[in-house]
Design a protein around this ligand. Structure first.
Ligand code: IPD
Ligand code: CA
Ligand code: CA
Length: 263
């Protein structure tokens, strides 16, 4: 296996064990940008573990982690990490959250790992080399679904932490499609939502106002599994994009038009 991918998968699993330890022991919950934007000791401990490991093995690489911020060393390589994606679920003991680790080189995503420590499912992708799921029951390649019609599609989404005050809160888009889709789960981990699109478990996913660490690994997973990733308005997606839509290539235009109220 690629040395960097092997490092990232091991690190995701080790961090998963730390997170699960905090889940068993119990956590104190604090708030960040608003009363609904939470952080726990598990988020901080997971972040610190990942930063320590990257600094030890790849001391010259740049870093961006949710709890640790950006560290620039003038490298072409940059790790982009969400140490615990799905903190609201984690804080409520809802068993659906993940660790997301991505690596880019000169602005291009090279690898992505999303690890679900509850189910022990590890989703990984290497640029140009496909995407895989390693689960307790075996290893399978990831492939996006073949759904093409809204009524046959299960599409996940999420709502931003400033939804009470922001007009860009996804409520209008949600209302436009909720009656037309087979199902519309709000599962609470953007990284796992994207991994599930890659695995064909979800037919699509969209969300606004995410951060680079929410999207980086999952976006590469979707692309390497044969899916497309762009902004909700159809423009090219980047880590800075204010929205993301992921689906199989045949279904993405249908979902986009429906969300925008054009189809
Ligand atoms: C959040 C989750 C959630 C999404 C939020 C994210 P966090 O990340 O990915 O699914 O709807 O927008 O901020 O705060 O749990 O790392
Ligand atoms: Ca997140
Ligand atoms: Ca997080």
């Amino acid at each position: 296996m690629n040395e960097l991918l092997l490092f990232a998968t091991r690190l995701a699993r080790e961090t998963g064990a730390i997170v699960q330890g905090w889940q068993r022991r119990g956590i104190t919950i604090e708030t960040k940008s608003s009363t609904i934007d939470l952080v726990t000791e598990a988020d901080r401990a997971a972040d610190a573990q990942i930063v320590r490991a990257i600094r030890h093995h790849w001391p010259t690489h740049d870093l961006l982690t949710e709890e640790g911020g950006a560290e620039q060393r003038g490298s072409r390589w940059r790790w982009i990490v969400d140490p615990l994606d799905g903190t609201t679920n984690f804080a409520q003991a809802i068993p659906h959250y993940s660790i997301s680790i991505a690596l880019e080189k000169a602005g291009e995503l090279q690898l992505g790992v999303v690890y679900d420590p509850v189910r022990d499912e590890l989703f990984s992708a290497l640029r140009g080399d496909g995407a895989w799921l390693d689960a307790p029951w075996g290893r399978v390649p990831l492939r996006v679904s073949r759904a093409t019609a809204l009524e046959n599609a299960v599409v996940a989404t999420g709502f931003p932490y400033d939804k009470a005050t922001s007009e860009r809160n996804n409520v209008a888009e949600f209302s436009r499609v909720v009656r037309r889709l087979r199902g519309i789960p709000r599962m609470g981990s953007a990284a796992l939502d994207l991994a599930y699109v890659a695995a064909g478990r979800l037919d699509g996913y969209w969300e606004y106002a995410l951060s680079p660490w929410d999207m980086a690994a999952g976006a590469l997973l979707v692309r390497e599994a044969g899916g497309v990733v762009h902004s909700v308005d159809g423009s090219a997606w980047s880590l800075q994009s204010p929205s993301i839509l992921a689906a199989n290539p045949a279904f993405a235009p249908t979902l986009r038009q429906a969300l925008l109220g054009n189809g």
